[in-house]
Design a protein around this ligand. Structure first.
Ligand SMILES: *Cc1c(COP(=O)(O)O)cnc(C)c1O
Length: 357
């Protein structure tokens, strides 16, 4: 195959010709002046902090800081209200409801399917292999003329593993639509980011987030890296002020502290190894899957019973036992040293009770 990717053939025709909403702050980007253009309150805010002015719609200051950290040029960066926002926008931009399709590779992150369903876009599911790798042949066989996006999550949620590079390369080369590589957990793996391959593959889109390693889930901020042409389209169809002013202020500050992020990641990786060992020593655990993320997928003898016991102890983990290829599995986020010890102590208590019973 190896056909030439043409973004204009992937976009919905009306999106291509659409004129975006022009916000007041689009037309004048200076910082000083008498601002009587946006119907803001000139006296200030009801709060101590001033939030009376609309925020920068394109988050220029933040992108300037992200570019050198990620090694990606500013015109290839889009910032969303969480990465769930670009997931939605990518579908809006490319998929005509009721006729176009996306492909997902279960078990995987739930939002790809939810977003597609909201837009009445068809979903083709191609199962990962039993060791959670991509079945490349099956992916290629199941591509149809209407397929616009293939979603690949690596490290994958909920399995925790990294997808083989060769499989993703093959899909990028043989598919004329967008290949979205979701790297929400990229900071927890040694594997290099696909952002380094953006210039090589115009159909590659990489998603990352501030919600995990950076510890900023409450801000709602996600990154999307892609060709400058696609970024322009996302900017055209996004909600005008999609990142709030306090979120932008906090992000700017947070980006000054990459070392703190790295230190926390180190700590989490240490705890991940420790938690794995402790879980593997429990007889009620069948298997702890390999993880390149900040969670462990764990198969239990009786996941349902463990889950309800933990809830009773007010320890909340994620039940994935009814998810494809994950029967009997719970997904456990790596907590602090203390939290992990509370979890393991509780599992030991459950174990000894069940031996007696
Ligand atoms: C947590 C997670 C996200 C992050 O979503 P945000 O909207 O940025 O908080 C994205 N993708 C995957 C696979 C995730 O697990």
């Amino acid at each position: 195959m190896n056909t030439v990717f043409d973004l204009n053939k992937i976009l919905r025709p009306h999106i291509l010709s659409l004129a975006p909403y022009s916000s007041a702050r689009d037309e004048y980007t200076g910082h000083v002046g008498v601002f009587l253009d946006a119907n803001e309150n000139p006296y200030g805010s009801v709060t101590d902090e001033s939030y009376n002015r609309y925020p920068d719609p394109y988050q220029a200051d933040i992108k300037k800081k992200i570019a050198p950290i990620k090694g990606v040029s500013i015109d290839r960066i889009y910032l969303g209200n969480g990465s769930d926002e670009p997931i939605d926008l990518l579908i809006r931009a490319t998929c005509t409801p009721g006729s176009d399709r996306v492909m997902i590779l279960p078990p995987t992150y739930g939002m790809y399917e939810v977003s597609a369903s909201i837009h009445n876009v068809f979903i083709d599911k191609v199962s990962l292999t039993s060791d959670f790798q991509i079945d490349t042949a099956s992916v290629l066989e199941n591509i149809r003329p209407e397929t616009k996006i293939i979603w690949i999550c690596t490290p994958n949620n909920p399995s925790g593993n990294v997808m083989e590079t060769g499989a993703i390369e093959t899909i990028l080369k043989n598919f004329n639509g967008l290949v979205v590589v979701d790297e929400a957990y990229i900071d927890f793996t040694e594997t290099p980011s696909w952002t380094a391959r953006l210039e090589e593959y115009p159909n590659l889109v990489v998603l990352q987030t501030f919600s995990k390693a950076w510890g900023l889930a409450g801000l709602r901020a996600g990154m999307c890296f892609a060709s400058p042409e696609l970024i322009k389209i996302l900017n055209k169809i996004k909600p005008p002020y999609n990142i709030s002013l306090p979120a932008q202020q906090a992000l700017l500050k947070g980006l000054e502290s990459e070392e703190k992020k790295n230190a926390m990641v180190e700590e989490i990786l240490k705890e991940r190894a420790h938690l794995r060992t402790m879980l593997e020593n429990l007889s009620l655990v069948i298997k702890v899957f390999p993880s390149d993320a900040n969670f462990l997928l764990v198969r239990f003898e009786d996941a349902k019973a463990v889950m309800s016991y933990l809830i009773n102890e007010t320890i909340i983990v994620r039940d994935r036992s009814r998810v494809h290829l994950c029967d009997g599995c719970l997904r456990i986020t790596v907590g602090t040293k203390e939290e992990n010890e509370i979890l393991v102590t509780s599992l030991k208590k459950f174990q000894s009770k069940n031996v007696v019973a």
